[in-house]
Design a protein. Structure first.
Length: 311
């Protein structure tokens, strides 16, 4: 029963934690599996990384003392430590691009009961002179329907925190946690940290812009009819080359125009390795294995036709 006796509540919490340790670990693993299954239904985010942890017992107590104890006791509000540790179970989804965060949020919101959402990105964008960690935090629990299922019944009373962030945001978070005494560092160092954080923010935007530009270029590979107009000049103007030789005014062939030509003349051909299928299957080493095999064939002098890439 909640009280104002911290020492007693600390004992109660430690007893709960120690007796529930195995159940919490199982709940974490179950939530990870469930999240991976949900992500697999959307090819755009199926390759996002899912990871989790059970918060350390003493870290839970430290967090309670730091964030809640003083306020609760000053208002004489009885408390139970467990109810204030919403990230006892913590899950994280790390995706590639900023707009993937929204896709994950929408997908998860439809499959879990949402208790609270904290948008760190919106908070940061609401200021004009601050940079730092961005990400989306969601406090979730199983839906009423799932809580009634036999396979989930043991985890019905275990809400969890889900952090959704990009690869760049995750990298910044890891580095940011390594910077000690951030509140007391000199002003010039704070400015340098803000500059670095701004570069990370810019990187997120640029990765998304590059993806969109590449996607547009790939979409145009279906349009073979425009190649001649793009690549040949009926009356080419002589141009200089690095070797000093003169050349006609033909547009250089790049990977995208070559792919367009190949798809036009070899409509049934496979010109891109199915790396997305490898990723969706969780086989992140398939591509290195394939190339290692090709190198071995060359090393052994095998001049047979190279085998097609297998899923």
């Amino acid at each position: 029963m909640p009280s104002l006796d911290y020492e007693n509540e600390k004992i109660v919490f430690r007893d709960f934690y120690d007796t529930s340790r195995d159940t919490m670990a199982s709940a974490k693993a179950t939530m990870e599996t469930l999240l991976r299954s949900l992500l697999a239904t959307d090819p755009a985010i199926a390759a996002a990384k899912v990871e989790g942890r059970v918060k350390d017992r003493e870290e839970c107590l430290s967090k309670f003392r730091r964030k809640y104890q003083t306020a609760l006791e000053s208002t004489k509000t009885p408390y139970s430590i467990r109810t204030h540790i919403t990230d006892l179970l913590g899950l994280r989804i790390v995706c590639f691009y900023e707009d993937d965060v929204e896709r994950v949020r929408d997908l998860v919101s439809g499959e879990f009961e949402v208790l609270e959402i904290t948008d760190k990105t919106a908070q940061m964008q609401g200021t004009d002179n601050a940079f730092g960690y961005k990400g989306l935090h969601m406090d979730l629990r199983l839906t009423e329907g799932r809580r009634g299922m036999k396979e989930y019944a043991a985890y019905a009373d275990y809400p969890f925190e889900l952090q959704i962030r990009t690869v760049v945001q995750d990298s910044w978070s890891v580095l940011d946690h390594k910077i000690k005494y951030k509140k007391s560092i000199p002003l010039d160092l704070k400015r340098r940290i803000n500059t670095l954080a701004a570069l990370f923010e810019l990187a997120d935007r640029e990765f998304r812009a590059i993806r969109e530009g590449t996607t547009e270029a790939l979409d145009r590979t279906e349009e073979y009819g425009t190649i001649e107009a793009e690549s040949a000049n009926p009356e080419p103007e002589p141009v200089s080359t690095p070797t000093g030789k003169r050349s006609g005014g033909y547009t250089p062939l790049d990977a995208f125009s070559l792919l367009r030509i190949a798809r036009h003349f070899f409509k049934d051909g496979e010109f891109e390795p199915p790396q997305n299928r490898w990723l969706h299957a969780g086989d992140y080493e398939a591509r290195p294995r394939h190339f290692a095999g090709q190198v071995q064939l060359l090393h052994e002098g095998d001049d047979r036709r190279r085998p097609a890439i297998q899923d």
